[in-house]
Design a protein around this ligand. Structure first.
Ligand SMILES: Nc1nc2c(ncn2[C@@H]2O[C@H](COP(=O)(O)OP(=O)(O)OP(=O)(O)O)[C@@H](O)[C@H]2O)c(=O)[nH]1
Ligand SMILES: [Mg+2]
Length: 204
């Protein structure tokens, strides 16, 4: 849950990277951790709990203290869920208090069913928390565009971005850091817009 402190002008938000197993969620966080430019000493530690084969077992966590935006000192807490179907309880836990979501889809044709199922699973899990995806800022990342067998972006939009209001989407090659910051910048902008505007003092 976002924490906004008007007196100290601090904003803290939680962003969860969600999506099918092996789609590239952890890779996004690793790249952000490697390349993020913040003031000295403000880069948090990337905490990962993975199996020996690098699959996320519980979650990854990366805190980032960002620059001052609109006079607010912002802190972003980035989390990934484990994509493997069996870890659904963990996904529900990680989603608690979520403010914004990055859905990382795998662009390979044969992963389309998994992408759709994972998005459905996200909606189901949000519902158990009494949340609705349409009320939460989120963006889509079509990752692994470097692979030969990718589905056209238009097709992925049709499958994953087909609501009344379309959300921003980005192509990516997370392992080369392509699209990683474009995606992160957009979700943080959406969150700042939501929370900073919302928290403006109201005058009768
Ligand atoms: N070719 C290619 N490989 C990628 C890309 N992004 C990630 N990978 C690779 O895909 C594999 C899985 O990436 P992860 O970031 O661990 O995937 P994940 O979504 O965290 O997977 P889970 O933790 O199991 O849910 C790793 O070997 C990555 O190096 C990409 O854009 N292109
Ligand atoms: Mg992972």
């Amino acid at each position: 849950m976002a924490i906004i402190n008007q007196s100290t002008k601090e904003l803290q938000v939680k962003i969860v990277y969600y999506g099918p197993a092996m789609g590239g969620k952890t890779t996004n966080l690793v790249q952000v951790h490697e390349h993020v430019q913040t003031g000295q000493g403000n880069k948090g530690k990337l905490v990962s709990l993975a199996t020996s084969s690098d699959r996320t077992l519980f979650f990854d966590f990366l805190p980032i203290e960002a620059m001052s935006i609109k006079g607010f000192k912002t802190k972003f807490q980035l989390y990934t869920v484990p994509g493997q179907v069996i870890y659904n309880t963990t996904r529900q836990l990680v989603l608690r208090g979520v403010d914004g979501i990055v859905f990382v889809a795998d662009s390979q044709y044969e992963k389309m069913t998994e992408n759709v199922e994972s998005l459905q699973n996200l909606e189901d899990n949000l519902r158990t928390l009494k949340l609705n995806l349409s009320d939460i800022p989120y963006v889509l990342q079509y990752n692994k565009r470097d692979l030969p067998n990718v589905a056209p972006v238009e097709y992925m939009e049709y499958l994953l971005n087909n609501r009344d209001v379309q959300v921003p989407s980005f192509t990516g090659c997370a392992n080369k850091c392509e699209g990683v910051f474009e995606t992160l910048n957009m979700i943080t902008r959406m969150l700042l817009h939501k929370f900073v505007n919302q928290s403006k003092p109201q005058y009768a």
